[in-house]
Write a protein that binds this ligand. Structure first.
Ligand code: SAM
Length: 273
C-alpha cells in the first residue's frame, strides 16, 4: 500500500496523496516542516500537517495571487510579500518588467532554507538583486514600516498560529497606511466550501479598511475543493478586475480573460460573503 500523506478537511473528507519518500523534516521555531516526494504532484511543502504547495500545481495559486493585482496596477514598482517563504510568489512578481524591488517578510527562516534546498523551481529567484528577504513577523513589520509600496501580497498559512494576525482589520489597516494612493493589497482568503467562515471573515476585514474590496477565485487542483479565493483591496478605488499593465508571457493558468472572469462569483460564494 505504501506511504500516504493524509490531511483532514472535514470529518468525512480527507486529502490523500501517495508519498514516495520524505525528503526532509524539521521542527522549526514556528512549525513542523516537511518536504515530501509525492507520486502525482512532485515535491510538496507541508507545514503543521497542512499541504502548502506542490511542484505540479503551485503556479495556479502563485500566478493568480501575483498577476491579478500586479496587472490591475498601472505601473507596479515596489512590492511587499508577507509570508511566501517557498519563493513561488516572489518568482512570479519578478516577471513584471516594471518591478524594481520586492521585499519578502517571512517569519520562519527554516521554510526558506528548506525550499532553497528542495524546491529550487519555486525558491530559485530569491537571490535576484531586486529581492530583499526579511525574517520577521509580518504583522510587526507592517506596523512599524515607513516604506511605501504599490502592491502588498499576503501569502500566509491558514489563519492560526503565527498567521492569525495577518487576517485582522488592524493588519489590513497598517497595509493600507503603507500603500501608495493607487495601491492594491491582495491576500489568500481560504476556500468557500469547508472554510466559508474564514473566507468571509477575511473578506469583511479587508472591506472594513478599503473603499473597493473584491474577492476572486482560482482553481488549485491539489487543494481540497479545487476552488481557492483571494481578496483584493483597492486603496484608490481602481477596479482590480481590469487589466492595466503588461501581462507576463508563458503563464500556465493566468491570462487576461482568466483575470477578468475570476471576479465572476457563483451565487454560492457571493451569498457567503
Ligand atoms: N505559497 C504557498 C501556497 O502556494 O499556498 C503557501 C504559503 S507560504 C508557505 C505561507 C508562509 O507564511 C509560511 O512560510 C509561514 O511561515 C508564513 N507565515 C505565517 N505567519 C506569518 C507571519 N505572521 N509573518 C510572516 N510570515 C508568516
Amino acid at each position: 500500500m505504501g506511504m500516504w500523506f493524509d490531511e483532514k478537511h472535514a470529518d468525512g473528507t480527507h486529502l490523500r496523496l501517495r508519498v514516495r519518500s520524505v525528503l526532509f523534516q524539521e521542527k522549526t521555531e514556528f512549525q513542523d516542516l516537511a518536504i515530501i516526494e509525492t507520486e502525482d504532484f512532485g515535491r510538496a511543502l507541508v507545514l503543521d500537517g497542512v499541504l502548502q504547495t506542490t511542484e505540479r500545481d503551485e503556479m495556479f495559486y502563485h500566478e493568480m495571487l501575483a498577476h491579478v493585482p500586479l496587472c490591475a496596477h498601472p505601473r507596479p514598482r515596489r512590492v511587499l510579500v508577507v509570508g511566501g517563504g517557498d519563493g513561488g510568489l516572489v518568482r512570479e512578481v519578478l516577471r513584471h518588467p516594471t518591478v524594481e524591488a520586492v521585499t519578502m517578510v517571512e517569519i520562519d527562516r527554516g521554510v526558506v532554507e528548506a525550499c532553497r534546498r528542495y524546491l529550487p523551481g519555486l525558491s530559485g529567484k530569491l537571490d535576484d538583486p531586486r529581492v530583499e528577504v526579511v525574517f520577521a513577523d509580518g504583522v510587526q513589520y507592517v506596523r512599524d514600516c515607513q516604506q511605501v509600496y504599490d502592491v502588498i501580497l499576503v501569502d500566509s498559512t491558514d489563519p492560526g498560529g503565527p498567521s492569525l494576525g495577518l487576517f485582522t482589520p488592524d493588519f489590513y489597516g497598517d497595509c493600507h497606511r503603507i500603500l501608495a494612493d493607487d495601491g492594491f493589497l491582495a491576500c489568500q482568503t481560504e476556500e468557500p466550501f469547508f472554510r466559508a467562515e474564514a473566507m468571509r471573515g477575511a473578506y469583511r476585514a479587508v472591506g472594513s479598511v478599503f473603499p473597493v474590496t473584491r474577492l476572486y477565485v482560482s482553481m488549485v487542483p491539489v487543494y481540497s475543493v479545487w476552488y481557492w479565493t483571494f481578496t483584493v483591496g483597492s486603496k484608490g478605488g481602481l477596479d482590480p478586475a481590469e487589466v492595466r499593465s503588461k501581462v507576463p508571457a508563458g503563464t500556465v493558468y493566468y491570462c487576461p480573460d482568466v483575470h477578468r472572469s475570476a471576479f465572476v462569483l457563483p451565487p454560492f460564494i457571493r451569498d457567503r460573503l
